[in-house]
Ligand binder design. Structure first.
Ligand SMILES: O=C(O)CCC(=O)C(=O)O
Length: 328
C-alpha cells in the first residue's frame, strides 16, 4: 500500500484514540429521553447499553421454551440450519477445498421440533435468525408481550419506524460472524445472554476482507450437509436473467475470525482493539449503523431487535472513500 495512505490511516486511528472514539461502551441504568439519546449517542454514533430496562415487558417474564411449546408448539417456523453454527459465514467446501461464503440451509419445522433439536447436542445447529422482520410477520401472537412505546425516545430521534423487527432464538453453537449493517440497531435480550465483539466503522482499513465464491448448505438423503455453489446470474438490458453460471457468485466477506485471529496472515488486525459486551436478559444495546459486530449467545437465548434505516449523510460518504482507499 502507498506509504502516504498508510500513514493517513495511522493518523485516523491515532486521532480516534485521542478523542476516545470507539474505545469504550457507555452504560446507563435507565432509558434516556430523546434529547439525551440524540445528543450523546445517536449524533455521535456511539453505542450504549441500557441495563435492565425491560422489566415492564411481559416477554421478560413469559418467554421460555415451555411457554413457546404450549403457545405455538405446532406452528411452523423458519429456521437456519448449518453443520458448524455459522449461518452467513465462511467454510471450506470439501469438493474443491476452497473457502466459500455460505448461506444456511433453510428449513420450516414446528416450534416443538425446533426446541427438541436445540436439545440434541449431536446434530446440526438450528437458529431462528431470519432478518426479514420475522417478529412482525411470523410471531403475531407474541406482539403484545413487548412494549415498543418504551423506545419512543429512539424513534423520535431516528424520525422513522423500524424497517424490520427480528426475532432470534437458537443454539449456543450458533454464531453470527463479523459484519456490519446499514441500520441503527436497538437490540433487546429477553432470555439468556448475548456476547458482542465490536469495532467502530473507522477500523475498516485493519479488518481484512476477501471476495469469496458463494455457496448454500444443502442436505442429502443421509442428512449430511454439503456446500452447493450459488452461480452468478447474468442480466440483459431489460434486467432479466439471461444466463446462469458457470462461475459462482462472488461475495465480499470479512476474512478474520475475532475468536481466533490469524495474525500471521493479517498482521494489521493487531493494531485495532475489539470491544467486548455482554447483554443479559432485560438489557438493550443501541448499536449505530456500520459498527462491525460478531455475536455469540447462551443456549436458547431469546432476543428481539429493531432495525432503523441509516441516514446516508456525510459520514457515509467518508466511509465509502475509506473503503476505496483501503482497497488500494
Ligand atoms: O444476534 C445475532 O446473532 C446477530 C445480531 C445481528 O447481527 C444484528 O442485530 O445485526
Amino acid at each position: 500500500m502507498n506509504e502516504r495512505i498508510k500513514s493517513a490511516f495511522d493518523l485516523l486511528l491515532n486521532e480516534a484514540q485521542d478523542f476516545c472514539i470507539g474505545t469504550e461502551i457507555s452504560e446507563l441504568n435507565a432509558l434516556p429521553d430523546t434529547l439525551e439519546f440524540c445528543r450523546e449517542y445517536y449524533a455521535k454514533q456511539k453505542p450504549v447499553i441500557f441495563r435492565n430496562v425491560l422489566s415492564s415487558w411481559k416477554a421478560l417474564h413469559k418467554w421460555n421454551p415451555e411457554y413457546f411449546k404450549q403457545q405455538m408448539g405446532s406452528k411452523l417456523v423458519d429456521v437456519a440450519v448449518t453443520p458448524n453454527g455459522y449461518a452467513d459465514g465462511l467454510a471450506v467446501r470439501h469438493v474443491d477445498k476452497k473457502e466459500y461464503f455460505v448461506l444456511p440451509y433453510e428449513e420450516k419445522i414446528t416450534m416443538e421440533s425446533f426446541l427438541e433439536r436445540l436439545d440434541d447436542p449431536t446434530g446440526a445447529v438450528y437458529y431462528i435468525q431470519k432478518q426479514n422482520s420475522n417478529f412482525t410477520t411470523d410471531f403475531p401472537e407474541l406482539k403484545d408481550d413487548i412494549d415498543t412505546e418504551i423506545f419512543e425516545f429512539a424513534e423520535k430521534c431516528f424520525n422513522k419506524p423500524p424497517d424490520a423487527v427480528n426475532f432470534w432464538m437458537g443454539d449456543e453453537k450458533a454464531i453470527t460472524s463479523m459484519h456490519k449493517d446499514p441500520y441503527d440497531n436497538i437490540y433487546c435480550v429477553i432470555s439468556g445472554h448475548k456476547d458482542f465483539i465490536l469495532f467502530p466503522p473507522h477500523c475498516l482499513p485493519w479488518i481484512p476482507k476477501t471476495l469469496y465464491p458463494t455457496g448454500v448448505y444443502k442436505r442429502n438423503e443421509n442428512n449430511q450437509y454439503y456446500i452447493e455453489p450459488v452461480l452468478e446470474e447474468h442480466y440483459n438490458d431489460e434486467g432479466e436473467v439471461e444466463s446462469i453460471g458457470p462461475e459462482p457468485l462472488l461475495t465480499e466477506w470479512i476474512s478474520i475470525d475475532p475468536l481466533a485471529p490469524d495474525l500471521a496472515k493479517y498482521p494489521q488486525y493487531s493494531k485495532i482493539k475489539p470491544l467486548h459486551v455482554r447483554l443479559n436478559a432485560g438489557d438493550v444495546l443501541f448499536l449505530p449503523n456500520y459498527w462491525y459486530h460478531h455475536v455469540r449467545q447462551s443456549h436458547k437465548c431469546i432476543a428481539v431487535n429493531f432495525w432503523y434505516d441509516m441516514e446516508y449523510d456525510s459520514r457515509y460518504c467518508y466511509y465509502r472513500m475509506l473503503e476505496e482507499l483501503a482497497k488500494s
